[in-house]
Write a protein that binds this ligand. Structure first.
Ligand SMILES: [Fe+2]
Length: 378
């Protein structure tokens, strides 16, 4: 039979696909990334270098902190960490992207404009930038502004689905009405599943995402108003910076969950680290020390970290325990917890002698603290 152009086109798209024999292959859990530390001196040197450059394009003075295992310029497999610097009076060019980010100002002050909302921030304030928000940052102070920016961009790059647009204009249709069929569900007579419509597929229910800011002084007051005598100090020292639009997924954005932890520690004794229980989870954790001396024991590594250090304290499924030794320690944490919650993959093993629990799908843990809510403002 004659070999036609149509045959050639068919062969061009089929011959590149490999067939990998997995007969008898048993799937295995992922390996664990080694922990890493970025010291304050490295931050200081890099932010000084960024600040001394002739002003780069788009106002971006940025360095990425890249884990040696990463192929996506990321700090954990799914989280990118950038140091971003603006000198006094500088600002970035507005841009929109389909990822989301959490920013922590570690020096100076400034203003973020996120869509129509203006967020004034100071040192140690945290704020969120939602997906497809048009955002820019200004240094409104007299000193160099340094931010740590945590984003989910590597996930989108892994999916080859990252979208970045510096001239994005949100779609607006004043005549829009939602098709009632968008909410229609046909319940299967057997099998308990359902069928939804194409109208629902192309116009799902909207959850409006707005930027939020967690001001350091307010978060610090919260931490210090918490009851400290609980059995598990994590229950009396962790504040999850919650964006209400993420609901039960407990996010700061739809993928990232940030925390401030610490506060006055009445049990503090010199040279004694107050360590939490060793445990592990599929969620990864990055910590930035704000005050106090900290210690993490993770997969046989014993890491001491101090104010201004950034640590990968919990690679996914790495056994770890954190603790501090200071009368008033503080740390900032970012995890991919909201992503795992949305994927229903938050596997936690709080007690190493017991089976892991799929949080959100199975009954979780109790902290061992008093059953009533922590007292705030008292
Ligand atoms: Fe943990």
């Amino acid at each position: 039979m004659e070999y036609t152009v149509k045959d050639a086109v068919r062969d061009a798209v089929t011959t590149g696909v490999k067939m990998i024999d997995q007969s008898g292959h048993r799937d295995t859990s992922s390996p664990i990334w080694p922990p890493v530390v970025v010291r304050k001196e490295q931050f200081d040197a890099e932010s000084t270098r960024l600040g001394s450059l002739a002003q780069p394009q788009y106002g971006i003075r940025r360095a990425l902190l890249v884990h040696p295992e990463s192929t996506l310029n990321s700090f954990t497999p799914g989280i990118r960490v950038a140091i971003e610097v603006l000198n006094a009076g500088e600002e970035t060019t507005p841009i929109a992207e389909n990822g989301s980010s959490v920013s922590l100002c570690i020096a100076g002050r400034g203003q973020a404009t996120i869509n129509e909302e203006v967020v004034d921030f100071d040192t140690l304030d945290t704020w969120s930038t939602p997906n497809m928000a048009i955002s820019k940052v200004i240094n409104t102070g007299d000193e160099r502004q340094v931010r740590l920016v945590f984003s989910d961009a590597p996930l989108l790059e892994l999916l080859w689905a990252r979208y970045v647009d510096d001239s994005y204009v949100p779609h607006r249709d004043d005549a829009y009405t939602r098709d009632p069929l968008a909410d229609y569900v046909y319940n299967m007579p057997t099998g308990e599943g359902g069928i939804r419509t194409y109208q629902g597929l192309i116009d799902p229910e909207i959850v409006v995402q707005r930027p939020h800011i967690w001001r350091w002084q307010e978060v610090r007051s919260y931490l210090n108003a918490m009851r400290k005598e609980g059995l598990d100090q994590r229950a009396s020292s962790i504040a999850l910076l919650w964006n209400p639009a993420t609901g039960r997924f407990n996010g700061t954005t739809n993928t990232l969950t940030a925390y401030m932890s610490g506060g006055q520690d009445p049990s503090w004794m010199p040279d004694r680290y107050r360590m939490a229980r060793s445990h592990r989870h599929t969620v990864t954790a990055i910590n930035y020390a704000i005050a106090g001396e900290w210690r993490t024991v993770v997969e046989r590594h014993d890491i001491r970290w101090s104010p201004g250090d950034l640590v990968l304290t919990a690679p996914a499924w790495g056994i770890h325990a954190n603790g501090s030794c200071d009368p008033e320690p503080y740390t900032f944490t970012v995890q991919d917890a909201a992503l795992h919650a949305a994927m229903n993959t938050s596997l936690f093993q709080e007690y190493m002698s017991k089976s892991p629990i799929l949080l959100g799908a199975q009954p979780g843990f109790r902290s061992g603290a008093e059953p009533e809510p922590n007292r705030v403002g008292a």
